[in-house]
Write a protein that binds this ligand. Structure first.
Ligand SMILES: Nc1ncnc2c1ncn2[C@@H]1O[C@H](COP(=O)(O)OP(=O)(O)OP(=O)(O)O)[C@@H](O)[C@H]1O
Length: 578
């Protein structure tokens, strides 16, 4: 496609460039003396008919060139967007701890658009300008070498200026895209957490902060405008000076009989063409430099290799998977806060098919334990294993396909309930409506979903804002059920649900846990009592582990203290209710 585009470009440019030469001939035919009017009219007619044909071909070739260049440019943008998105999604989780959502979104939308524009509109017109300038200059030399070398003296200083201009523009463009990314980041975070902004009444101050950020973009844009104004002023001026010098020097050459009026006219038209091409080249060059500037961060993102692979490593036969989990002497600190260890020499064993409740003070690392099992992070020392296999040797994709999760505040996507439940399946395409209904029934979600006017096609709103906490939980349970995992990682909701919701969620969770290895961050006494064992996290390790009753027996133990505190709280709550 690109080759065809270049072919059409050559044809259309050849036509455009031959025009002044042929028009010069027409003028010379008109001015020819010594022939009778009839002969002159005949040759003028045939010359004009021929020229019309040539122009028609040129017009068609130009249209074809624009179409091909545009569509192949857009294809490049599409591929660029897809590659950037794929590169973002394959990064390790720690990358997302460091990067900000809005910034990444800006890269994906604004930066790619900028690079796209510099490729699409620009490359095609730019190539055309280059071709025309080159052909124009050659024709100028062909028509009159002495006049051409005189006129083109202006080119070297303008080219020198362009190089400086390009460098500066590139750096401004990069800074502009960075400033824009910051503004987008702020907007994205505030808009997606609008309820909090409203609750704290921060609309006005957020608008001010956003305006400050956009002011930075504006001030950079102003710098760019000054720069452009200067550059375009100079290129426009140099174009006019070129024309003027052609008329001056050409006039003298004509006076001394070294040039005909047709030659001077041709030369003048070529000078115009070269002038126009230089103007085209300037904007091509500007856009290209801006594209390079905006592209810098994109290339960085494209070249970034994730710290751990997504789909490489050992895959065990599914029927051999038992689901025994073990932490062996694990030491871990989050990569973004490597000086603050979360675990030191932590060991914990969860036999296959049993339920391990994890309790501990806030910040003791209960959620971190779950993240490590999902291999969102790797431990700094020690080993985490499943059925004796180090999870670092296993294919992460395979590993996660056997783990189901339900978090405290389950995240749903803004699509239908049906799609949200189907999201849990390893092969989403293979899920039948019956599978989804079954999962919803087991999760006690079927009835309330069917009661919605649109049933399973109800769209849940961004992050599921159109549902209650208990409803979201039950949909998340149905989603986990559809995956039918050997291992379950659960985070029990702390927020109080009403009695009926609580019962329904509890019942659904119990059905979900049946026959699986479960690690549950427990908040309810009943969950702790029903678990096969309880692990108490504190001071970067497991301080106590055993059955509920055993742990209660240790009067000095942390578990007993935690339970007493909880019992105390429950009493308080009950008293308040009364
Ligand atoms: N992505 C992260 N990057 C850096 N530090 C983190 C990250 N996530 C959690 N932490 C830190 O790790 C520690 C343990 O957090 P974690 O969420 O595992 O605790 P938790 O026991 O689940 O707490 P809670 O009961 O309050 O939910 C905290 O001090 C927290 O600040």
């Amino acid at each position: 496609m690109e080759t065809a585009a270049v072919g059409f470009l050559t044809v259309s440019s050849a036509v455009t460039m031959s025009a002044p030469f042929l028009l010069g001939k027409v003028i010379d035919t008109i001015y020819t003396t010594g022939t009778d009017t009839e002969t002159m009219a005949a040759s003028l007619t045939s010359l004009c008919i021929m020229l019309t044909g040539v122009f028609l071909v040129g017009g068609a070739a130009n249209a074809a060139r624009v179409y091909l260049m545009q569509s192949s440019g857009q294809k490049i943008v599409r591929n660029l967007r897809a590659s950037i998105f794929s590169s973002i999604l394959t990064q390790e989780v720690a990358f997302f701890d460091r990067s900000r959502t809005g910034e990444l979104i800006n890269r994906l939308s604004a930066d790619t658009a900028m690079v796209g524009r510099s490729i699409t509109d620009n490359l095609s017109d730019g190539l055309r300008a280059v071709a025309q300038a080159a052909a124009g200059v050659s024709m100028m030399f062909y028509v009159s070498p002495s006049l051409a070398s005189f006129v083109l003296l202006i080119v070297p200083p303008v080219a020198g200026l362009a190089i400086f201009y390009g460098r500066y523009l590139r750096s401004i463009s990069k800074r502009t895209q960075d400033a824009l990314a910051q503004a987008t980041q702020l907007a994205e975070e505030r808009i997606s957490n609008m309820r909090t902004v409203r609750a704290f009444g921060k609309e006005l101050s957020e608008v001010n902060t956003y305006t400050e950020k956009t002011d930075q973009v504006f001030s950079l844009a102003r710098k760019e405008a000054v720069l452009r104004a200067g550059f375009f002023g100079v290129t426009g001026l140099s174009g006019n000076i070129m024309i003027l010098s052609v008329l001056y020097k050409g006039g003298l050459l004509m006076a001394s009989q070294h040039m005909t009026v047709g030659e001077l006219s041709s030369f003048l038209m070529y000078t115009f063409w070269v002038g126009i091409s230089i103007a085209g080249l300037s904007s091509f060059y500007s856009e290209l430099m801006k594209g390079f500037g905006a592209g810098t961060r994109l290339w960085e993102l494209l070249d970034r290799k994730p710290e751990f692979p997504l789909n490489e490593g050992l895959v065990l036969p599914t029927d051999q998977l038992k689901g025994q989990l073990e932490f062996d002497d694990v030491t871990f600190a989050y990569p973004t806060r490597s000086e603050a260890p979360i675990f030191q020499n932590l060991s914990l064993m969860v036999p296959a098919g049993t339920i391990m409740a994890v309790v501990g003070p806030s910040g003791s690392g209960k959620s971190t334990l779950v993240s490590l099992l999902l291999r969102l992070y790797d431990p700094d020392a020690g080993m985490i294993s499943i059925d004796g296999h180090d999870i670092r040797d296993l294919n992460p994709y395979w590993l996660r396909s056997h783990i189901g999760t339900v978090s405290q505040e389950p995240v749903l996507f803004s699509c239908s309930i049906r799609d949200n439940i189907a999201y849990g399946a390893v092969d989403q395409e293979a899920v039948t409506t019956e599978d989804i209904y079954r999962a919803a029934r087991v999760a006690n979600a079927y009835n309330f979903i069917q009661a919605f006017p649109q049933g399973f096609d109800t769209v849940v709103g961004e992050k599921g804002v159109l549902l209650s906490g208990g409803q979201k939980q039950r949909i998340a349970i149905a989603r986990a059920l559809l995956r039918n995992p050997k291992i379950l990682l659960l985070d029990e909701a702390t927020s109080a649900l009403d009695a009926e919701n609580e019962f329904l969620v509890q019942e659904a969770l119990e059905r979900l846990m049946e026959g699986r290895t479960v690690v549950i961050i427990a908040h309810r006494l009943s969950t702790i009592q029903n678990a096969n064992a309880v692990a108490v996290l504190d001071q970067q390790r497991v301080v106590e582990c055993g059955r509920h009753a055993e742990l209660l027996g240790n009067r000095q133990g942390l578990f007993r203290k935690l339970m007493e505190k909880q019992a105390f709280l429950q009493e308080e709550q009950q008293r308040a209710l009364r």
